[in-house]
Design a protein around this ligand. Structure first.
Ligand SMILES: NC(=O)c1ccc[n+]([C@@H]2O[C@H](COP(=O)([O-])OP(=O)(O)OC[C@H]3O[C@@H](n4cnc5c(N)ncnc54)[C@H](OP(=O)(O)O)[C@@H]3O)[C@@H](O)[C@H]2O)c1
Length: 300
């Protein structure tokens, strides 16, 4: 495994977005290996719940750190806490994100900017604090949860597309910048549809909430992909069997892609049974009641 002081020792891990969805499933996987973990998200309540699950699953030690990834000082302090407490930091999984549905002209400016800020400045803040630690240690692995939407676009998802394209640009830059540090790795996992609460938690200005498009993966399946990267670091892996085909369609036949993506999104990526008034969802603050590992869809 990359990044660990000794390949037999479970890695020490910091997870952002640790209290729900893919982050929470990842916490459980590392806990099962006996890792020491620092869990970061905005809301304390669901972090404490996740910490309980992690202790039950076998974590060596669990710290919770309520913090917003857009707050650079708070991220720095969380990273320093992990290093001071665990002695080193082997792996950071960055999964924090919020999303919003609506035409660019209909999404309130602050909602749009917060979605982008969370992905772009959140990732920059994490990298700025974590990579110097990895360089000092001569080892470490930053895994960022990206999205297939970092390589395609879809109507009604403008803020999320801007967020994820910006984030992937940053990830690719970081990969180039750490080439001088052979033990340091930066990877991305790009899922398609995953059964997490992000869809019901997000902001919406389209009258309905979103839903994960098929094939819907479980959060745990994506978490296993994250862990597989530690065994064999790669720049980007998909978690979604159709992702390469969708990306190829976007790049190679844009007229066909553009004609199909709007109608397909309305049928397959909006929840027909979940009518919603305009809502900012959890974009500005944690909604602990909605955080969980899994959403309400069937996944495999
Ligand atoms: N679900 C999918 O279908 C899917 C598909 C492709 C990519 N992804 C990506 O997967 C990652 C995880 O998403 P998910 O589906 O697991 O979402 P989720 O279930 O909604 O979890 C998001 C987590 O991020 C935390 N968070 C949100 N804003 C934050 C901030 N500013 N600072 C710190 N923590 C913050 C949330 O807790 P608090 O609200 O308490 O802070 C929560 O723990 C995201 O990068 C998302 O873009 C998801």
């Amino acid at each position: 495994m990359t990044g660990t002081a000794d390949s037999r020792t479970p890695p020490t891990v910091l997870v952002t977005g640790a209290s729900s969805g893919i982050g929470r499933a990842t916490v459980r996987r590392f806990a099962g290996q006996g890792s020491a973990l620092l869990l970061l998200a905005r809301g304390r309540e669901s972090l404490e719940e996740t910490a309980r699950e992690a202790r039950e699953a076998g974590a060596a030690e669990v710290l919770v750190c309520p913090a917003d990834v857009t707050d650079a000082d708070a991220v720095e302090s969380a990273v320093q806490t992990a290093v001071a407490r665990f002695g080193r930091l082997d792996v950071v999984v960055h999964s924090a994100q919020v999303m919003a549905y609506g035409r660019v002209e209909d999404v309130p400016r602050r909602v749009f900017e917060t979605v982008v800020d969370t992905a772009v400045h959140g990732t920059a803040n994490v990298a700025r604090s974590v990579l110097p630690v990895f360089r000092r240690q001569g080892a470490g692995h930053l895994v960022v949860v990206s999205s297939v939407v970092g390589q395609i676009t879809a109507p009604l998802m403008g803020s999320y597309a801007a967020a994820k394209w910006g984030q992937l640009g940053l990830i690719r830059t970081l990969q180039q910048e750490v080439r001088d540090a052979p033990g340091v790795h930066v990877s991305a996992v790009a899922p398609g549809g995953v059964n997490t609460p992000i869809y019901s938690q997000g902001a919406t200005y389209v009258g309905r909430s979103g839903r994960p498009p098929a094939p819907v993966y479980s959060a745990d399946r994506v978490a296993r992909k994250v862990l597989s990267l530690l065994e064999r670091p790669r720049r980007l892996v998909y978690a979604g069997v159709f992702n390469p085909i969708i990306v190829a369609g976007f790049r190679l036949v844009p007229p066909v892609y553009d004609a199909l993506v709007g109608p397909l999104l309305k049928v397959f990526a909006l929840a027909g049974d979940d009518q919603r008034p305009p809502s900012e969802g959890n974009v500005f603050r944690s909604q602990p009641a909605g955080n969980a590992t899994d959403g309400r869809w069937r996944a495999f």
